[in-house]
Design a protein around this ligand. Sequence first.
Ligand code: COA
Length: 376
Amino acid sequence: MAEYRPGLEGVPATRSNISFVDGQAGILEYRGIPIEELAAHSTFLETAYLLIFGKLPTQSELDNFDQAVRSHRRVKYRIRDMIKSFPESGHPMDALQTCVASLGMFYPVRESDPDYVFVTVTRLLAKLPTMVAMFHQMRQGNDPIPPDDSLDHAANFLYMLSGKKPDPWLARVFDTCLILHAEHTVNASTFALLVSASTLASPYSSLATAVGTLSGLLHGGANQEVMKLLRQIGSVENVRLFIEEKLARKERIMGMGHRVYKVKDPRATILQQIAEKLFERYGHDKYYDIALEVERVCAELLGPKGIYPNVDFYSGLVYAKLGIPEDLFTAVFAIARVAGWLAHWREQLADNRLFRPTQVYTGKRQQRYIPISERS
Ligand code: COA
């Protein structure tokens, strides 16, 4: 019998040529290109194209893709009405999962259409940001802010959230964050998507599965928790005692540790550089100092176990400075990760086999049915 590996740690679930991670060396590449190069030179939509279609687009391919995404930004009025009926206290990830699942009712799968993949991916890349911003506006009792077709992907999202056209430098910062979150091999949400896609469920259903999986605290939900942690700590002086007490209670430090990386996550390094530039330009943030001290203390206490900052550790600080509300952080992760999910959806369907793992049965066998009157 095959060896049981809890959490499927180290068990290959698929063959993929989308992204590569070396958790010991701290390397992440999308289609072979180091994440550092993409963060410095690419845009989110160009990176999404690279991930989904397997190559960097030519200028005309990129223009066409960008135009198609812009053209899909609006959502049906029935979706707007559905969002209006969501409780304002609901979590944005629950709202997003519901919205993504509902798309399947509006857009029937038409695999025979030669443009099916292109239309599906551009539609999903475009609509997730609109739905997140729409929920955010409507939970405050506001009308949604319609997308502005003159703005690029990142700037348009920030605009729909706040109603103000962002400083292009800030929009570029946000776009870089989207690149960093766009893809990360077969993590929990991507695996969930693969399982769903392998049943030939619709892309909307498969993506809704992934959104739900991303919402968990041990996955995408950690970025929101990091800000809570930094606020609870309150000052640099409190860091050591706070972390020591937390570890003594066997609690986890959010934003630290990764199933694959045993060194600092390369995305955390880039996000930290972004955070520094952001705070230099837009004012210092005391929570950044606290975060630095948490990193230092954790390197001492958890470093020997290979636990270092992951992508979620610095992203919250950047998002907060961009004016993004804390409970939207994970939904923002989702509007980036949709690129990787769609790339894996495509790859899965090109060589599909239904996922159907096995189990190690630990229960009883051959039990008798006991009538209820005889049970104690
Ligand atoms: N804080 C404190 N200890 C941690 C830790 C953390 N964030 N992450 C792992 N550990 C410890 C575990 O307690 C365990 O210690 P032990 O061997 O003494 O019992 C050891 O490290 C291994 O933990 P394990 O749960 O087997 O690792 P994993 O590969 O399943 O964990 C995560 C990966 C991401 C789930 C885990 O690091 C974690 O919970 N991190 C916090 C949540 C987070 O930031 N998630 C975002 C990931 S991008």
